[in-house]
Design a protein around this ligand. Sequence first.
Ligand code: DOR
Ligand code: ZN
Length: 342
Amino acid sequence: MPSTETITLHNPLDMHLHLRDGDMLRTVAPLSAHSFSGAVIMPNLVPPVTTADDVKSYKERILSAIGKERFAPYMTLFFKPDYDSAFLESLRDDITAIKLYPAGITTNSEGGVSGFDVETLRPALEAMSALDIPLCIHGETNGFVMDREAEFIPVYEKLATAFPNLKIIMEHITTKESVAALDRFENLYATITLHHLFITLDDVAGGMLRPHLFCKPIAKRPEDREALLKVALEAHPKVMFGSDSAPHPQHAKESCGCAAGVFTAPIALQALAQLFETHQAPVEKLQAFISDNAQRIYGITPPKKSVILQKQPFAVPAAYNDVVPMFAGETIDYRIKEVIDG
Ligand code: DOR
Ligand code: ZN
């Protein structure tokens, strides 16, 4: 990216976002709503979002938390194998995707799926195919932590083959194996987070333990990060930005039994601008990665919003209320100069 003074991003989208509920929702939702046009909202509340009422009332709480910002919360349901086509049809206009968690794999996923038997999943997944509802998957097995994502690839392959008309989004990919799988199946897509483009396991645990960088899937090897960077910087047409910004209170991160999740929402666009500039990637690629690919893949038209980023030092706050962001206390190269509706 040429080092011009400002760059403008149109209608940025975060295709994987945790907003939580209650006080935390009121802290974090305005931060995303300020700089993004919309976001796919994860359903792993306690209890998870599984009913029409859950989806509608959670959306209302999000809209009330963001006040006057123009921002589309793209709602999701927490996948249950017993969803039938009548239920899904009745909710078609209220949801953008359904999120599948393997049982117990991460924060609040205890009610997820155990075993990936195609016949058990067939009724729900065929109904989703017919209604063109994308399936977002947290793709990890419960094997050795560094191998969980690569071990899950056969599940993606099985589902992609059995349900060829179902859009399957491999969420927050972290490995070169997942990047390679993208090109083998027409109906596989992926989101990539900010933190997995910046860090490897060394940054988390190579020196003093850095709990604010601990997340699931755990950051992997340098060659994995390189593979992610390549497809992000070239804006591979099947890849979208999804922050997986996952806020936890400071005491839950800086504790014995650290919660998984990196909070990136308020610094994501600034850090992405810096990353693309560092790698001399054209701004058009950043635009495709941050919005255009997602609009095409999901068939969505977000509210119009232009975010003007300026190349000027930005001192990242130590915390937003009691949530510590990535790069807390550090200075990054871009700041948000202005956000224009329209
Ligand atoms: O690090 C993570 N945090 N990974 C997830 O999959 C869930 C998320 C959360 O909800 O905290
Ligand atoms: Zn997530």
